[in-house]
Write a protein that binds this ligand. Structure first.
Ligand code: CU
Length: 153
C-alpha cells in the first residue's frame, strides 16, 4: 500500500505544477491578446436608483469596456457608485475628473490589481452635464474603455 502511495503523490504534484504553469501561460496570453473592445459594443444606459436619500448604481469593469457605459444621475443628490472589476489579470481603473461638477475619482479596482474585486465611491454631482469617464491603464481608453456620466438637473 505504502509502496504505491508515495510515487502517486509525487506524480500528482508534478502534474499540478505543469497544469498551473499552463494555466498561467494561457491567462497571460488572454490578458495580452484578447478582450472585447468597447468600441464594438452598443452603449448601455442605466439610471441610478434612488435609495435612502442617495442614488445607487454599479458599473462593471471588463476588458475592455464599462457596463453600463452610460450612467444617468440626478444633480445635487449623493451618488453611491459600486465599481466591480470582473476580469482576471488585466488591471483596470476608474477615472472621472470633472472638478467643475465636484467629481474627482481616480481608483484602481480589483484585488491586488489583477483579480476581480469591488470598490465603492461616493460623490455629489454638483453641475448638470455629460462627463466622460475612462480606464487609465495602458491603452485601455483607445480600446474603448470609456463611458459617460450624465448629470441631469
Ligand atoms: Cu482598463
Amino acid at each position: 500500500m505504502r509502496h504505491f502511495e508515495m510515487p502517486f503523490v509525487e506524480v500528482r504534484g508534478g502534474s499540478w505544477s505543469a497544469l498551473g504553469a499552463a494555466f498561467v501561460l494561457l491567462l497571460g496570453a488572454l490578458a495580452a491578446g484578447c478582450g472585447t473592445s468597447g468600441r464594438d459594443l452598443p452603449t448601455v444606459e442605466v439610471t441610478a436608483a434612488p435609495k435612502d436619500g442617495k442614488q445607487v448604481a454599479e458599473i462593471s469593469l471588463h476588458s475592455f469596456y464599462f457596463e453600463p457605459s452610460r450612467l444617468v444621475v440626478q444633480a445635487g443628490v449623493p451618488v453611491e457608485l459600486r465599481l466591480t472589476k470582473r476580469s482576471f489579470f488585466v488591471p483596470h481603473n476608474f477615472f472621472l475628473y470633472a472638478p467643475e461638477a465636484g467629481i474627482e475619482i481616480d481608483e484602481n479596482v480589483g484585488a491586488l490589481g489583477f483579480f476581480p474585486g469591488s470598490k465603492t465611491v461616493t460623490f455629489v454631482p454638483a453641475k448638470p452635464g455629460e462627463y466622460e469617464f475612462m480606464c487609465h491603464k495602458d491603452g485601455h481608453m483607445a480600446k474603448g474603455m470609456t463611458g459617460t456620466l450624465v448629470v441631469r438637473p
